[in-house]
Design a protein around this ligand. Structure first.
Ligand code: ADP
Ligand code: ZN
Length: 753
């Protein structure tokens, strides 16, 4: 960090950094970006010598003290005269934010139209990691103490001897020494008074994570895997920016193939970032990594505790952490030596963040790789259409694993046409599925039943008056959860006990559940197969990663016969005895106006189907659908992924939809419906008029009321050549919205509710 005066430091800096210091001839004016949604950088005065760009500094804003980052580049600073500027407070000891990460923050902000400070906040999410760690007092043995301990004839009480021995094994806080020696704190104090030990103040660096060992041999790879692994290793060794898609059927051993690339990055002394969707539930992945490399990766996700975050952040920033596995937010960590990014299940919709800064982590990972000039690997059995099109355009390279590992066959997929099946009321398993279940259980094999709906029933209505129980805050039905005996809104979290009377007509005992949720399915399985051991895997019934891992382990060890779950069962799991997959209500995801509904349904069901028959025994999949003619269902049954993608691509090209056209959603919300309408209409009136760009709406959002806020949507549709962000930035700059109105911009929206 440049502590010396700016004029002498300038020649040592890069031209960009030097230019930033010489802001308008006033060398002591520094521009600071705060991790807040502010429209611009703020100027401060550096008391003596400007801190170099990237330095973390504490500055005043109003009455608050905030840690920000000294910025370079060409943001618009507030043009205040120097006399009115506040001084920079403390310069923190954390390593400065590297120029690559600063450029990344700027580019993400420019792409998503979020204020740069809001993006920066994601890059400095653990503020306490930035401050110097607090010194701790520890107790250490002295030379005198050592010589006393070495003399057997020295007069020492047994407690003092034990304490000295504990000290000779290593310095620690005196309470810790007392604990190890099994003595009181007074004993340790006594040793200090005698000069046998002394107190020191040290800054305790948390231990660096254990380094993974790339030399450990992995499993012998199949020829296909070997070829894939070599291609990926080559990319890592060459360095430079490249995007490689590792496209392989479920169970083809993609993980082992990209582990080889990770090993190559470790060998080169570089750091690795692995992004996984819903990382908290991937205990099996962590276990595989540990087995392969002999050490655990740093984890980074919403379940990571505060202390672990602080240590993790520091370990990443210092280069001590070789590998991080995390959810999308790990993308903003300050790696100094990043050499490879892997995005596993790259098609997963959870990579899209929908609130705050709306960004697609897979796409932003590609951006970060390009700025860092490093390779990135996108991994999937069902790549997103965006990725497939990028392969076709020659931007991404493809590495293919066409077969399952170790001669396991891909499962056979059959559709069950539910229009021809008359089920009894409150029954949801079709006769063919019941027969298949019985056969599988009789053969002592396992079954997975997939229904992407939490709770007992998605709707509760009154038999007497037809009233449907709705969330008071949202345009949504309340979902009954029988385990907790509550009605819940899955959008805002509202919950209430199930009422005994209809709240509308006050009749008693007339409320009935409609439709299936996983809890209700479990009831049916228990009734039909009372001896089967059934487990339920749903996010709201699993207390954390440990519980999920236990459940998966129980399934792998065949302590359960039937696993019922929502989409959290679809991912990653490998259960050798699982030979039957049943999908209930396969059409669920196809409703609604989501342009990716078909693609997503294909990906999800393909992935669920991929859980069947992963080892020696062949798998069978039954999909219950009311739309067996739907292209998605036909493609699933025919195993024709590429045909489906081609048809999907053709349809989107004709409609000018992503990735062939560009979309942005503007969501206006207000506590009052009229305020929302007024603002939405004001926006529509000043919409940009330009060739190749259309603004649709405003229209009430499908979730017209969410968490008590009234929502209106505008959709911007543009041809690919249109500079969409610039057009929207200019547009929003021309409209003034009331303070009560919130506007959210979502570039390339994934959710249309
Ligand atoms: P994918 O990620 O493509 O679905 P995985 O990497 O999970 O496939 O591999 C599927 C199964 O095959 C896993 O249990 C894995 O341990 C095993 N496997 C993959 N490659 C090998 C190999 N080369 N040797 C032994 N087992 C392997
Ligand atoms: Zn609600």
């Amino acid at each position: 960090m440049a502590e010396c005066p700016a004029n002498s430091a300038a020649p040592l800096l890069s031209p960009v950094e030097g230019a930033a210091l010489a802001t308008r001839g006033n060398r002591d004016r520094v521009r600071v970006m705060l991790p807040l949604p502010l429209p611009q950088l703020l100027d401060y005065l550096a008391a003596e010598g400007a801190p170099s760009p990237g330095s973390f500094v504490r500055v005043g804003l109003g009455s608050r003290q905030i840690v920000g980052v000294v910025w370079d580049g060409d943001g618009d600073g507030a043009e205040l005269p120097a006399a009115r500027l506040k001084p920079v407070g403390e310069i923190l000891s954390a390593p400065p934010l590297r120029p690559e990460l600063r450029r990344f923050v700027e580019r993400v902000a420019a792409y998503t139209l979020a204020p740069a400070g809001a993006v920066l906040r994601m890059a400095m999410s653990v503020e306490e990691a930035l401050a110097a760690p607090r010194p701790q007092r520890i107790c250490a043995i002295t030379e005198v103490g050592l010589s006393v301990l070495a003399k057997p004839e020295a007069k020492l009480t047994p407690a003092r001897r034990r304490a000295l021995e504990a000290l000779s094994a290593g310095a620690a806080a005196s309470a810790e020494i007392a604990r190890r020696a099994g003595c009181g704190a007074g004993v340790v104090r006594g040793l200090i008074e005698l000069g046998y030990a002394e107190e020191r103040r040290i800054v305790a660096e948390s231990a660096a994570p254990e380094p993974p060992d790339w030399r450990r041999p992995g499993p012998a790879l199949s020829p296909d895997q070997q070829r894939a692994a070599e291609r990926l290793e080559e990319r890592v060794r060459e360095g430079g920016f490249s995007v490689t898609v590792l496209d392989g059927v479920t169970g083809s051993g993609k993980t082992e193939a990209y582990f080889a690339a990770i090993a190559a990055a470790f060998e080169a002394g570089r750091q690795v970032l692995v992004l996984l969707p819903e990382i908290a539930l991937s205990a099996q992945w962590l276990e595989r990594f540990r087995r392969r490399f002999g050490a655990a990766p740093v984890e980074w996700h919403s379940d990571t505790g505060q202390a672990a975050r602080r240590d993790g952040w520091r370990a990443v920033a210092s280069g001590g952490a070789q590998v991080v596995v995390g959810a999308r937010s790990a993308l903003f960590l300050p790696f100094p030596e990043l050499g490879l990014i892997v995005v596993d299940e790259e098609h997963d919709p959870s990579y899209k963040q929908e609130d705050g800064v709306c960004y697609q982590a897979r796409d932003m990972a590609v951006l970060r790789a390009s700025i860092e000039k490093i390779p990135i690997v996108l991994v999937s059995a069902t790549p997103s259409l965006e990725t497939v099109v990028n392969i076709a355009r020659g931007r991404y390279q493809r590495v293919h694993l066409p077969r399952r590992h170790a001669a396991a066959e891909l499962p056979q997929i059959e559709l069950v046409d539910m229009r021809r099946k008359q089920l009894e009321p409150s029954r949801f398993l079709s006769p063919p599925l019941v027969t298949a279940l019985a056969g599988t259980l009789a053969a002592d094999e396992q079954v997975l039943l997939f229904l992407n709906r939490r709770g007992y029933a998605p709707l509760t209505l009154c038999r007497a008056c037809g009233h449907r129980l709705q969330c008071p805050n949202c345009t949504a039905w309340l979902v009954e959860h029988r385990f907790t005996a509550r009605l819940q809104c899955h959008h805002c979290g509202y919950g209430a006990p199930v009422p005994a009377f209809c709240p509308d007509c006050l009749a008693g005992g007339t409320l009935v559940p409609c439709g299936p949720g996983v809890e209700r399915l479990r009831e049916e399985v228990a009734e039909r197969f009372p001896r089967a051991r059934v487990a339920l895997m749903v996010s709201d019934l699993i207390s954390g990663p440990r519980a999920a891992a236990d459940l998966a382990e129980g399934m792998a060890a065949h302590r359960y016969d039937v696993l019922i779950g929502t989409q959290i069962v679809a991912k990653g799991h490998h259960f050798p005895m699982l030979t039957l997959v049943g999908v209930i209500d396969a059409d669920l995801g196809l409703a609604g106006g989501d342009l990716r509904a078909g693609e997503r349904t294909y990906q999800l069901l393909h992935q669920v189907a991929g859980r069947a028959g992963r080892a020696e025994r062949p798998g069978r999949v039954l999909i219950q659908t009311y739309m067996p003619e739907q292209p998605v269902m036909c493609a699933l049954a025919a195993g024709d992924r590429d045909g489906f993608l081609e048809a999907e691509a053709a349809a989107r090209r004709i409609a000018g939809l992503p990735p062939f056209g560009r979309l942005a959603a503007l969501i206006v919300s207000a506590n009052d419906g009229e305020d929302a309408d007024f603002a939405a209409q004001a926006l529509a009136r000043s919409a940009p008029q330009m060739p190749g760009l259309t603004v649709l709406g405003p229209a009430p959002a499908p979730l017209a009321v969410l968490r008590g806020r009234h929502r209106r949507r505008l959709l911007v549709k543009a041809e690919r050549r249109v500079a969409l962000q610039a057009a929207i930035r200019d547009w929003l700059g021309r409209v003034r919205l009331a303070g009560s109105v919130r506007l959210q911009v979502d570039i390339d929206p994934y959710s249309f509710v």
